[in-house]
Every structure is written in structure tokens, then in C-alpha cells.
Design a protein around this ligand. Structure first.
Ligand SMILES: Cc1cc2nc3c(=O)[nH]c(=O)nc-3n(C[C@H](O)[C@H](O)[C@H](O)COP(=O)(O)OP(=O)(O)OC[C@H]3O[C@@H](n4cnc5c(N)ncnc54)[C@H](O)[C@@H]3O)c2cc1C
Length: 476
């Protein structure tokens, strides 16, 4: 059920706040009905009437709800007065924020209605870093062995998340890392495997050709199949995080841009939200998970972060049956070029039955602000990526059947930022370097724990915290 009041702002809830106005339609969803003394308001006012039945049209498809799986979610309007005070405000409900909100709502128990999540767009929108059908989850990463323990923990959390969400989020295909023998990416993957005793399979050139004939393999190419890894479903992850947070009682405001956060002299924070009806919310704490927009809200992050456009492309194979998840693992591939460099491609088996994702990564420059990101990759770049994809996989038709442009915030040394300010009132997770999705359930939990004054298991403050980042970047 979707209604729009107050300039399109939505509030998503599934638990009745004590003594507050509730929609009359919520009685059937909440097991015990509205709390005693609650007002009942009509949330149907903006829904069109279906002329054939004379009743209001069911708009639930805008935010699918599977009640049989216990994921009942309700979007209803609220008056401003309901949320002037909060225990914690989570700003930005994309990858990290949707899961941090769920963590906060679980931790808050009976006070979960004082956990407020705010998103500038609608729930699970197309503008964030999380869109594009799939993400790669790797345990043995090119980024270095230091991340392996955290990724093993993240993997456990992915399994748990998909169980409680009741939908598949993790695709256990394994990840095939391919490259010339001796190249750095393969060496780092091997280091991750060796230092952490990870299950993995080594393939020499002949074995690689035999087992994965989809790949055009050069003499000297080898592969490491990281069998704990695979793919992730990003939009469904954010949807699951929001549903679970709502079910745990969190208050969710969408289409609500935050324009400022200020620390209060006597403790806590004041969050200003813009739009047609600007207002402030006073909260004990804030968690900023604003992705590529984080630098706009937190000056302490602005000089660390740049925004990188990242494109995604999909190609149609002539023989789609060779590219199904059971035969074609998620891959990361580096190939030696004539000038001795490496060209890179990553991708995911077919999820739509006619195309595979094969994408080249960051080819579009670096910007200070997300507003500068081009809307689409240009024709020349698409042709270039298509030629690479066809060289790597001769069965692919070189013209992309789908292409899209996205973005992510990057730090100078490609290390993610997860930390809390020195007052302990503003925690943040940002600067995920085109790599953060795999960590999402872990970083969502970390940023929530840091905000609540706890020290997360496996958290390395010097590496992830703001002071360490600023020191490594040579910033005061
Ligand atoms: C094309 C592409 C491919 C990628 N591939 C992989 C991969 O294979 N594996 C992997 O692990 N990672 C991958 N990544 C990286 C990963 O997707 C990102 O690191 C991750 O999604 C970032 O999450 P986030 O929460 O920081 O940002 P987002 O998910 O963008 O969330 C930020 C949210 O904050 C909201 N917001 C911002 N400002 C405000 C405001 N002022 N008020 C209210 N709301 C606000 C935004 O609207 C958004 O919803 C990829 C990224 C891209 C772009």
C-alpha cells in the first residue's frame, strides 16, 4: 500500500507506535491491532479508485509484500509531530543504511519506533550505488588478504539475512579468477587462500580451457576458483533490509532529503530535512550511510572522497545454455594486452535467460560530486567494452543488449571508511570503492555497533576509522 502525502514523503512501518495515529487498514497486519489509545487515520486518500470495483486500487506492487513469509510492510503517511524526536536517525537507506537500520531496530526492541530511517528517494530506487541486478561476492579478493576474516564473517551474515528475509540473495556459483600466471591479481587471490586456508581449485591453462570453454584462454592463463564466493542480488538486499527494519518497528521516511546534520551543544544531533516542508529532527545519534552523497553531509569526509562513475553492460551469447549459473561461475578476468598491461572484465552468469553481465569497471574519470556523473556510457566506450567482452568470450554478440551508468564513492587508498566521530554521536560508513556490497551485512552491523558505543568484532579502527584514513591521506 503506497500513499503520498506531504510532497510525496512516505513512511513505512509494520509495527504500531504506542498511542500514535495508525491507519485503519493496519489492524489485519499487526497481530494485536493498533495500540490502545492510537488514533486511526485514513491512508487511502491518495489511492485512485478502481472504476470497475468501486474500491481503491491495490498499489502494493510498488513495494511488493509477501505476507506469507512474514514480511508484511506498510507505507503510510504521518504528520510531522510524530518524528520530531528520535533515538537514532539513519540517513541514506541504500546498501549500508537499509541493513544498519535493521540492526538498530532489532537492538532498540520496544523503542524501535524511535529508530528513524531517512531516504532522499523512494524505497529501493534506481539512483544509488546498489543498482544493476547483481554484485560479485568474493572471499579471496584482489584487494588484499587483510579483508578475508571480515568477508568470511560477512558471508555468514549473508546466509542469515537471506534466511530471515525469505528470499535468495546469495548465488553460490563460486568465483573464477582468471589471469596470466604471475600477475598480481592471481598472486593476491592465492595469498588470501593460503593465509586463510580457504577452499579453492587451481586450474592450469589446459584445465581452464577444458572446464570453462566459454572463456577464450591465452597460453599461460591460469585460474583460481574461489568456491565460497558467488553473486549477490543488490536490489533485493535493500528491499529485504527495509522490510526487516519495518517489521522490527523502525520508522522509515522516503522521498525525504536530509540537508544538514549538526551536533547539539548538549549532546545529540539535529537533522534537517528539506523538501516542500523543511523540518528538524532531534536525535540522540545519527548514522550517515549516504554513499556517493556522504561528502555533502559530512565535511570531515568530503576531502577524502571522490566519486567514480562505473558502468555495467550485458551481452547476449549465441549459446545461452553455456552461461547458466550451474556451468558458468561469476568471474574476474585479467588479460595481457599487446603493450604488456592488463585489461579487466568481471561478470555474472545469465539471470534473465538471454544475456550475461560482462563489465569493465571504472573507465569514466573521477569527480568531486555525484551530480557530475554522466547519465550513460558513451557509444565509443560501449564499443570498446563490447570488443573486450567479445575477445574474452567469442560467443558473445559484441553489441551490449543493456547498459547503465552508476557511481560509488572512493577513498585515496581504496580502504572503506566505517567509523564514528569523536563525540560518539555521528557514525558513518562511506567510501566503498566499487567494492562495498560484499561487506554490506557486516558493515551495516559495524556502523550500528559503533554508534551504540560498542567495539565490533574484527573491526580495525586504524584501518577503517576516520583518523586512520586522514593520517594515511596526509590530511590533518
Ligand atoms: C556498477 C557498480 C558495480 C559494483 N560491483 C560490485 C561488486 O561486484 N561487488 C561489490 O562488493 N561491490 C560492488 N560495487 C560497490 C557497491 O555496490 C557499493 O560500494 C555499495 O553499494 C555502496 O553502498 P552505500 O550504502 O555506500 O551507497 P548506496 O547504496 O548508494 O546508498 C546510499 C543511500 O543514501 C541515500 N542518500 C544520500 N544522500 C542522502 C540525503 N542527503 N538524504 C537522504 N538520503 C540520502 C541515497 O539516495 C542512497 O539510497 C559496485 C558498485 C557499482 C556502482
Amino acid at each position: 500500500m503506497v500513499t503520498a502525502l506531504h510532497g510525496g514523503r512516505h513512511v513505512l512501518r509494520s509495527k504500531p507506535p504506542t498511542g500514535r495515529p495508525v491507519c485503519r487498514h493496519t489492524r489485519s497486519i499487526w497481530p494485536h491491532g493498533p495500540a490502545a489509545g492510537a488514533d486511526v487515520v485514513d491512508c487511502d486518500a491518495d489511492r485512485p479508485i478502481d472504476r470497475s470495483t468501486g474500491s481503491r486500487a491495490d498499489s502494493s506492487s510498488a513495494f511488493p509484500v509477501n505476507r506469507s513469509a512474514g514480511r508484511a510492510a506498510l507505507i503510510r503517511p504521518t504528520g510531522k509531530r510524530h518524528i520530531m524526536q528520535a533515538d537514532v536517525v539513519v540517513i541514506g537507506l541504500g546498501t549500508m543504511g537499509s541493513l544498519a537500520l535493521w540492526e538498530e531496530a532489532k537492538a532498540a526492541g520496544d523503542r524501535a519506533d524511535r529508530v528513524v530511517g531517512i531516504e532522499q528517494y523512494g524505497p529501493v530506487h534506481t539512483h544509488g550505488s546498489f543498482t544493476g541486478e547483481s554484485r560479485v561476492f568474493r572471499v579471496a579478493v584482489h584487494e588484499g588478504a587483510r579483508y578475508v576474516p571480515a568477508l568470511l564473517k560477512a558471508r555468514e551474515r549473508w546466509q542469515h539475512l537471506q534466511e530471515v528475509a525469505g528470499r535468495q540473495l546469495f548465488l553460490p556459483t563460486g568465483v573464477l579468477n582468471v589471469g596470466p600466471e604471475g600477475c598480481e591479481p592471481i598472486a593476491t587471490v592465492r595469498q588470501c587462500v593460503a593465509e586463510n586456508d580457504l577452499p579453492a581449485e587451481e586450474l592450469d591453462t589446459a584445465e581452464l580451457r577444458e572446464r570453462f570453454p566459454q572463456h577464450a584462454v591465452d597460453e599461460g592463463d591460469v585460474a583460481v576458483l574461489d568456491t565460497l564466493s558467488g553473486g549477490l542480488r543488490p536490489e533485493l538486499t535493500v528491499l529485504s533490509g527495509l522490510e526487516l527494519a519495518a517489521k522490527a518497528g523502525a520508522t522509515i521516511l522516503t522521498n525525504t532529503p536530509v540537508t544538514g546534520i549538526a551536533r547539539d551543544p548538549n549532546g545529540g544531533v539535529t537533522v534537517t530535512i528539506g523538501g516542500p516542508e523543511p523540518q528538524t529532527i532531534h536525535a540522540g545519534r545519527a548514522i550517515v550511510t549516504a554513499g556517493s552523497w556522504a561528502g555533502r553531509l559530512l565535511p570531515g569526509l568530503a576531502d577524502l572522497l571522490t566519486v567514480h562513475p562505473l558502468s555495467l553492460t550485458w551481452f547476449a551469447p549465441h549459446h545461452i545454455e553455456l552461461f547458466t549459473p550451474d556451468r558458468f561461475p561469476v568471474f574476474l578476468r585479467d588479460r595481457r594486452t599487446d603493450d604488456g598491461g592488463l585489461e579487466h572484465l568481471f561478470g555474472v552468469p545469465t539471470l534473465d535467460g538471454f544475456s550475461i553481465k560482462a563489465s569493465a569497471g571504472s573507465l569514466f574519470g573521477v569527480f568531486d560530486d555525484v551530480a557530475e556523473v554522466p547519465e550513460m556510457p558513451g557509444a565509443d566506450k560501449l564499443r570498446e567494452i563490447g570488443e573486450i567482452a567479445h575477445r574474452f568470450f567469442p560467443d558473445l554478440n559484441p553489441e551490449p543488449v543493456r547498459a547503465s551508468m552508476h557511481h560509488d564513492a572512493f577513498t585515496p587508498d581504496d580502504a572503506p571508511i566505517v567509523g564514528v566521530d569523536d563525540s560518539g554521536t555521528i557514525a558513518f560508513a562511506a567510501g566503498m570503492n566499487g567494492n562495498g556490497f560484499k561487506f554490506a551485512p557486516l558493515f551495516g552491523a559495524w556502523v550500528s555497533e559503533l554508534s551504540r558505543g560498542e567495539t565490533p568484532d574484527l573491526y580495525d579502527e586504524e584501518w577503517y576509522g576516520l583518523a586512520g584514513h586522514r593520517a594515511r591521506a596526509g590530511l590533518a
